[in-house]
Ligand binder design. Structure first.
Ligand SMILES: *Cc1c(COP(=O)(O)O)cnc(C)c1O
Length: 358
């Protein structure tokens, strides 16, 4: 199996080996040490300030999104959300569910966030800003420098969902003045799904301490207190925590975040240059390095995603259904993939083309 889907992604042999071991008991000094090291390594990778904290929450990425809305925001807030697809809409739905006042910047699917569009919201009474920095449903990456500038100017708390963008695109918590970063174990961290990671700035921690969270399981304050001694209130996905530990150490030893961003960016560029031989187009000029959304020049009836999976054992992600049938699929560049794997996918596409299916 060769997996170019957008999470879970291909794990390295090391991560698979850690996953094959017996699950250890976790209320031990040894496991506390792992948790504390993971927190430190995450902060280093995001270039977070010393007084920031990282939470490892057992749940999918959405648990991190929802818990952030529940713990960091409150009913006095007025939130501005970038809404250019499925994940942006998810934050709008979460804010509505939790009675947080919000407006959304509606962007057409697949479109970039322009300065002009963003600054229509300048000088209003917002208190916080939420963005899925890579809107994975379309592959679009929103400019963090532009958003950071806007938030600083308007004194907004900045929450960045970087679930699919972390390790693929540049993100620096101090430099970009980000208060909350959310990511997950199953995207570029290339571990199985099951852990959401939330990194909080000092300002975000203050908000958590002031707010009352109406949930026992999702209570950040409880998690932060337990985290001081390297523990969690409840049983975490222990094996995934251990896999993350191996992965985070590997990243650190292999040249840190810059090296991984470069590797993913090179892989994306390699793929984007290779697909030009087909009647395909990459329409957007603001894609994340994590993903390439492939369109066709003309309508294609064949379901390429299914054909690749069933007949070539290659997995790519579906694209949003559109009536024109020209949006074909999304190819991820995260995880244990190489340019040679890109060649395998290109070879399969050549074969499908030869068969007259497009
Ligand atoms: C994958 C992803 C998530 C998390 O989705 P889950 O299915 O809950 O793990 C959240 N935000 C973005 C932008 C994502 O790409």
């Amino acid at each position: 199996m060769l997996n170019f889907a957008l999470g879970p992604v291909m794990s390295s042999d090391l991560i698979l080996e850690v996953g094959s071991r017996q699950t250890p008991y976790f209320r031990t000094p040894e496991f506390s040490k792992v948790n504390l090291e993971n927190e430190q390594l995450m902060k280093e990778l995001l270039q977070a300030s010393d007084d920031s904290r990282a939470i490892f929450l057992t749940g999918s990425g959405t648990s991190g999104m929802e818990a952030t809305v529940m713990n960091v925001l409150n009913e006095d807030d007025k939130v501005l959300i970038v809404n250019g697809g499925g994940f942006g809409q998810r934050f709008v739905d979460l804010c509505n569910l939790h009675n947080i006042d919000c407006d959304d910047i509606k962007l057409e699917f697949g479109h970039c966030l322009t300065r002009e569009k963003l600054f229509e919201y300048d000088g209003k009474d917002y208190t916080a800003f939420i963005v899925n920095i890579c809107e994975t449903s379309s592959g679009v990456y929103y400019d963090i420098n532009l958003i950071s500038e806007f938030c600083k100017k308007n004194n907004l708390l900045l929450i960045v969902d970087a679930v699919s963008s972390f390790l693929a695109d540049d993100l620096n918590m101090v430099e970009h003045d980000v208060d909350v970063v959310i990511t997950g174990s199953q995207k570029a961290l290339a571990c199985p799904p099951g852990i959401a990671i939330i990194v909080l700035s000092e300002d975000a921690i203050k908000r958590v301490e002031k707010n009352t969270c109406k949930s026992m399981y999702f209570d950040f304050e409880d998690m932060l207190i337990n985290g001081i001694r390297g523990q969690t209130p409840y049983t975490p996905a222990i094996t995934i925590i251990l896999q993350l530990n191996a992965r985070l150490n590997q990243l650190k030893n292999d040249g840190g975040i810059e090296a991984e961003i470069q590797r993913i960016s090179d892989l994306a560029e390699d793929f984007r240059s290779k697909i030009t031989e087909f009647p395909f187009v990459v329409k957007s000029n603001c894609l994340s390095n994590a993903v390439t959304t492939v369109h066709s020049k003309e309508k294609i009836e064949a379901n390429i995603v299914e054909i690749l999976k069933n007949e070539y054992d290659i997995w790519v992600s579906t694209a949003r259904d559109d009536l024109s049938k020209t949006m074909l699929f999304r190819v991820g560049h995260m995880g244990d993939l190489t340019p040679k794997d890109n060649d395998t996918l290109i070879e399969a596409l050549r074969d499908i083309q030869k068969r007259g299916l497009f």
